[in-house]
Structures are given as C-alpha cells and as structure tokens.
Design a protein around this ligand. Structure first.
Ligand code: ADP
Ligand code: MG
Length: 702
C-alpha cells in the first residue's frame, strides 16, 4: 500500500517534478521565476510549456483541455475543448498553443457578475494561474487537462473568487516580508499563506435521497420529524466506519491522491451519517483549488457507491450541521512558520508581533470575517448550539493568555507556563509532554499551536473569500506596524511598545471560555463585539467606506468589485430561499396533503366499517385521531397558502436588499410555521402512507 501510494500520488498533476523533467532548462527556470517571484511570463515560454503540458496530458490519455475557474457561484466552471486540429490532408493533429494555455474567453454574461457585466458586453477572460498546477481529471467522458485560471472581465475586474485571493496573497506577502526584514531576516523575500481546510459532509443512501425533492432541489431537508434517536449517545463521532462508507472513503482518497490532493485524516463526525476529511495544508490558492476538487470528488464518488453526499451546512434539523475549518498560517520562502511560538513564546518577539497582528486584524474587522463565512445554509448553524456562535472572538489558550496578560500589565513577558508532563497513572503507558494549552471547540477563531483555525466557514462554500479577507486584514495591520517600525529610532523599544499597545487595545477580542453560553452573548455585547445573526445582516459590511478603503489600499477589490459581490450575495440569498419555499409548497401540495387525506380516509373507512359490523363498538380512538389529523390538515393548508402569499410578495420586490430582507423576515418564518405542522403530522400518520423517507431512515439506514 505504502509503495502504491507513493506511485500514484500526484500522478495526474503537472507539478514541479514533471515540469523539471519535461521542460528545457531555460524554459523551466523562466517559468519558476514567474511562479515564485510573480515575474511576467514571456509568450515564447508559454508556447513551450503548453506543448510539454499537452504531450504529458496526451500520454496519460487526455483528449480535451479546459480552463478551470471559480465564478461567483461558489462552484467551479469549465468548458472543454479537444486538442484536435484538422490538417490539409483531412486528418488531425493534437495541438495546444501558448495562447490557449494562457488565455480563454468564456461568455461572461452567463455567470453572476453583480452588475459588473451586462449581457451585451459579455467579454470575459480566463487567465492561467501558473502558481496552481494543472491536473488531469477523469470522467466517463474521458480525460481532461484542467488548467486553473482566474476569471476577469474585459476591463480587468475580477469576476471570480480566485483573482482577489491571489491579490490578497500578494498583499500579505509584501507586508510580512517587510516585518521579517526588520527582524534581520534578509533572506526572506516571499511569505505565503498555508491553508488546510477540514471538510465536513453527510452521506445518505442515494435511492432514499432521490425520493426527497427537498434534498434534490435544495440540498437540505425542509421537513422531517426527529427520530427517537439523534446524536445524544455520542456514538458516531470517531465511530468505526461501515463497510459502505469505508469503501467510499478509500476510493475518494485514491482519486484525490492522484490529483495531488494530500487527503490525510478521515473520520465519522458528531452527527449520525456525518463525516470529515482533512487534507495536509498547502499554499492558500492551491488549498482553495483542492477544496473545490474535494467537494466535487465527494459527490462523484458517493454516486458510484449508491450514496449521495450532502455538503449543505444544515441538511437535518436537530442534529449537528457541517462546517469547514480554515486552518491558516504564514510561511516564509525560507521555510519558517511565522506563527510558530517555539518553546519560549514570551521571548519570541517576531512571533508575538505576528500573533498580535492577527488578533488586532480580527478585532478591527470581525464583520468582514463574518460575511466571508455567510451563506443561507450557515444561518441555521452559527449561533445554534453546535457550531461557533455568530460572535467572533479569538481563543488563544492559557499559555499565550498568560503571556499576553504579562505584556499588557508590564509591557514585558518574563515567563511562560509549560504544558508539563502527562501521566495517566498506568505504568505501561508512556508519559509524554502535554500541549501548552487545551482545545476549545466553541471558539470561532482559535489559535491551535502554530496556526489559527477559523471555524465559521460554511461547509459548501469556497474558502477563497475567507482567505481573501484574512490575508487582507492581517496585511493591513502588518503594513501599519511596518510603517511605524521602519521609522523608529530604537527598533527593540518600538517593537515592544507596539506589541504592548496592540495587545492592550485589542484584548477584548480574546475569549477563552464557553462560546455557546448565554453569558458570553451578554459579555460580548458589553465588550462591543458585533453579533451578526444572519447573512442578510452581514452583507452591508462589504460596502462600507472602511471596507472599500481597506481593500482598495491593498489592491484586492476596487469599489465596483465590492458592490458587485454584495449584489451577488443578496441575489443568491433571495434565490436560495425562494427555491426552498417553493419546494416546500410543492411538497405540501403534491405529497404531504394527499398522503394525509389518504390517511383520513383510512380512519373514516375504519370507523364506518367497524360501526357497520359492530354498531356498539368503541371507535373513539379512530375518531380522535381523525379529528386531530383533520385539524392539522387544515392548519397545513392555511400555512401553505400563507407561505405562497409571502413568497409572491417577496419576489415582487424590485430592490435586491429589500427582497432579501423580506425573504429573511417574512418568508422564513412562514416556512418554519409550515414545517412544524407537517412534522407533527408525520408523527401521527401511518408510516406506510408517509410519502418520503424519514429522518430515521435517512440518518441511520445507510
Ligand atoms: P483538528 O480536527 O484537530 O483541528 P485535523 O488534523 O482534522 O485537526 O486538521 C488540522 C488541519 O490543519 C489539517 O488540514 C492540517 O494540515 C492543517 N494545518 C496544520 N498545520 C498548519 C499550518 N501551519 N498552516 C495551515 N494549516 C495547517
Ligand atoms: Mg478535524
């Protein structure tokens, strides 16, 4: 297995090793300069790279290539072209030019642009992102060479998730390098972000999935009463895998490994039918690409095993939903993790500065982190008793909290708490050194040893925006710090003052307690930390003057690009809730009400036939049930009509903000109302007559 894995890992990636092997030395060196230092790519070089890439791809069976990009839909897009080119003698040759590698021209008008592109000015370009390696993907259609690209409009505005991410990586590198140089690290000339996104997901039986229109149309169950058992036994988390799930995971790993995705950890998660996959971290934009591949691959492989993979944040009410943990750190080109505290964090001034910069950035821009993790699905999670609360705070652990407190009180940290030895009291179990801090699962933003873990991200979302925000807000703080330190007379003194001031001013963001508790909500309010409960409430933060200035200063988004994103978000919110509401109405009319009517007829028939056979028989139970069912039935009918009315009002609103707000304030409560009634009916109607698989069947029978 060991050997096989090393053979197949990245076999389908045109990575550094393959480039070194297949490119002329000079071309390879030139391309490396572009990849590593961002130098312009010469068209002659592109021509040679394209040819080598094509030859490699064809050797591995490829017939097509595609520019693979990430429009603002949050999923990836591609259009396939074959390599064939006709010759004058009626045959074909396989061709792929430098131009085709570097630039594509999809019709930009069919992707969400938030007003950046009108249908009559449709030109958009995809441009090769040579920092993320090209790879091969196999489907029933054959093998395709996928070229990761950025997607921009004719005027150069970003129409995708990746362009701003790449820009933000440049921004943070620039500022972090300045700081490293101030500490005498002259050999540092680039700092990249390392990202490891942990992905949670559910698996359900495909045949049952296909019987639920809500799962098909919206990715979540819109109805469903809780089964007698939920997740209260804690018997699924880390539980042993069923054969079916294990074979799914095995195949998924192999597919991912071939594409160079370093899938590492897999286990059952807290909720029944919930699982997690974590890859080994890699460079920010590659990790973002890989996360998209992971999600796509999960769906595809699940299908082959008669399963459906649900990436929705809250596929089932009443049990945990899914999130994505964005582990993030800063790595220099010399291989140093800038968030590694070492054994004596209190003496590691460079670490403390970077650490303080992240705390400050989070405290200055919590609203931006919040919106970067917002989608309609995550509204069901954040603030519920499972996922992080909607309030952003940072967990730093007891060791660093102690260091921070010393810094705040005296301006200097003289000591640091050690983790100590760990002894379980059994001689045959070896003693080992404890971590310096315990874990805190309730914190939305936690320092976990040598990286920060942002836990709010929605499971189905791209991590691009989250990292774009994180990179930019930290870059901004680092810029101010570098400005100040570069002009200081006494660097040592200045850096101490700076760390002390930053930690003191932003200490309110540090919270090591239970983030799920009611007290924390009150305490956070006192501290002035925002508690933004819904996506619609979070969107305005994208277009404030403060935000426009921030992103403008670091050339990550211009004002138009920010406004377009805000527009896309309002629109996608309204569309999502509209689809959900319409699915509910449809299911109620087409499935639930007819089933309930059937049941009432059964009851009535039973009463009548018993009475006929035995005039004195007691049919009170049936009568009561019939009455109760009829009551719910009329309530359901009313609630369904009300929902239809609310949806019609919502869609009639012309203004995007007003429309989304109406969906949130009026349509969602009407949906909840209808759901409660149907779920009550589910618990009294004959199971044989219930038209869709129940929660029990979906969650426990796989
Ligand atoms: P846990 O569930 O305990 O948080 P996992 O092992 O499931 O831990 O996931 C941790 C993730 O953090 C992995 O993807 C891992 O590669 C990533 N990670 C570890 N170190 C770093 C780092 N320096 N920068 C970014 N990500 C990291
Ligand atoms: Mg994990």
């Amino acid at each position: 297995m060991e050997e096989k894995l090393t053979d197949i890992f990245a076999i389908d990636v045109f990575n550094d090793a393959k480039m070194a092997e297949r490119l002329p030395k000079k071309t390879y060196a030139a391309l490396k300069k572009t990849i590593e230092n961002g130098e312009d790519l010469d068209s002659g070089v592109a021509e040679i790279v394209a040819n080598a890439m094509k030859d490699w791809a064809i050797d591995r069976g490829a017939t097509h290539y595609t520019h693979w990009f990430q429009p603002m839909t949050g999923i990836t897009a591609e259009k396939h072209d074959s390599f064939i080119s006709p010759t004058s003698d009626g045959k074909i040759i396989m061709e792929f030019s430098g131009k085709e590698l570097v630039k594509g021209e999809p019709d930009a008008s069919s992707f969400p642009s938030g007003g950046l592109r009108a249908t009559f000015e449709a030109r958009g370009y995809t441009a090769w992102d040579c920092t993320s390696p090209a790879f091969l993907r196999e489907t029933s259609a054959g093998v395709t060479l996928c070229i990761p690209t950025a997607f921009c409009s004719y005027t150069g505005e970003a129409l995708d998730m990746k362009t701003p991410l790449l820009r933000s990586m440049e921004a943070i590198s620039k500022q972090a390098v300045r700081i490293c140089r101030l500490f005498g690290n002259e050999d540092v000339n680039k700092v990249t972000t390392s990202v490891g996104p942990e992905q949670e997901y559910f698996l359900v039986d495909k045949a049952k999935y296909l019987k639920r229109d809500d799962l098909i149309f919206t990715g979540r169950t819109l109805f469903g009463a809780m089964p007698p058992k939920g997740q209260e036994m804690d018997d699924h988390y880390y539980g042993s895998l069923t054969e079916r799930v294990a074979s799914f995971m095995g195949e998924l790993n192999t597919e991912l490994w071939k594409m160079g995705v370093a899938a590492k950890t897999q286990h059952n998660e807290a909720a029944p039918a919930q699982h997690e996959l974590a890859p080994i971290f890699t460079t920010g934009n590659i990790a973002t690409d890989h996360n998209q591949l992971i999600m796509e691959c999960m769906k595809k492989v699940a299908n082959r095993h008669g399963l459906a993979c649900l990436l929705h944040e809250k596929p089932f009410a009443g049990v945990n939903g899914s999130g994505k943990h964005n582990n993030w750190s800063l790595l220099t080109n010399t291989g140093k993790n800038l968030l590694e505290p070492g054994k004596t964090p209190h003496e590691n001034i460079q670490f403390l500065l970077f650490f303080a910069a992240v705390l400050q950035a989070v405290d200055e821009h919590p609203e931006l982190l919040r919106i970067s993790a917002s989608n309609p699905g995550n509204d069901h999670r954040l603030g519920g008793n499972e996922a992080p609360p909607a309030i952003i705070s940072v967990y730093v652990g007891s060791q660093l909290e102690d260091v921070l407190n010393q810094l705040i009180e005296t301006g200097e940290a003289r000591s640091c708490k050690d983790g100590g030895r760990f002894n379980v009291g059994v001689h045959t179990i070896p003693e080992f050194k404890k971590d310096a801090a315990d874990r805190n699962r309730t914190s939305p933003f936690a320092f976990t040893g040598n990286k920060f873990e942002f836990r709010m991200v929605a499971s189905s979302m791209s991590v691009a925006m989250t990292n774009t925000v994180l990179n930019t807000i930290v870059a901004d703080v680092l810029k101010d710090m570098a400005d100040e330190l570069e002009s200081a007379d006494n660097f040592d003194l200045a850096v101490h003052d700076l760390i002390k001031k930053s930690c003191t001013d932003h200490n309110r963001i540090v919270f090591n307690g239970n983030g799920y508790s009611e007290e924390w909500v009150k305490e956070a309010n006192k501290r002035g930390l925002p508690n933004i409960r819904t996506m619609v409430d979070a969107i305005p933060a994208l277009t404030t003057d403060k935000t426009i200035e921030l992103f403008g200063k670091h050339h990550v988004f211009n004002s138009n690009e920010l406004h377009s994103r805000s527009e896309v978000l309002y629109e996608s919110y309204s569309k999502t809730i509209n689809i959900e509401a319409r699915t509910m109405i449809y299911m109620t009319n087409q499935q639930y009400i007819p089933a309930v009517i059937k049941y009432t007829r059964c009851l009535a028939d039973s009463i009548n036939s018993i009475k006929q056979a035995l005039p004195d028989a007691n049919v009170e139970v049936q009568k009561e049930l019939l009455q109760e069912t009829l009551n719910f039935l009329s309530q359901a009918e009313l609630a369904n009509k009300e929902l239809l009315i609310q949806v019609s009002v919502a869609v009639s609103k012309k203004d995007g903000v007003e429309r989304a707000t109406y969906f949130k304030d009026m349509v969602i409560p009407a949906m909840n109302n209808l759901r409660v009634i149907i779920d009550s009916l589910e618990l009294i109607v004959d199971k044989e007559l219930w038209p869709v698989p129940t929660y029990g069947e979906l969650l426990f029978e796989i």
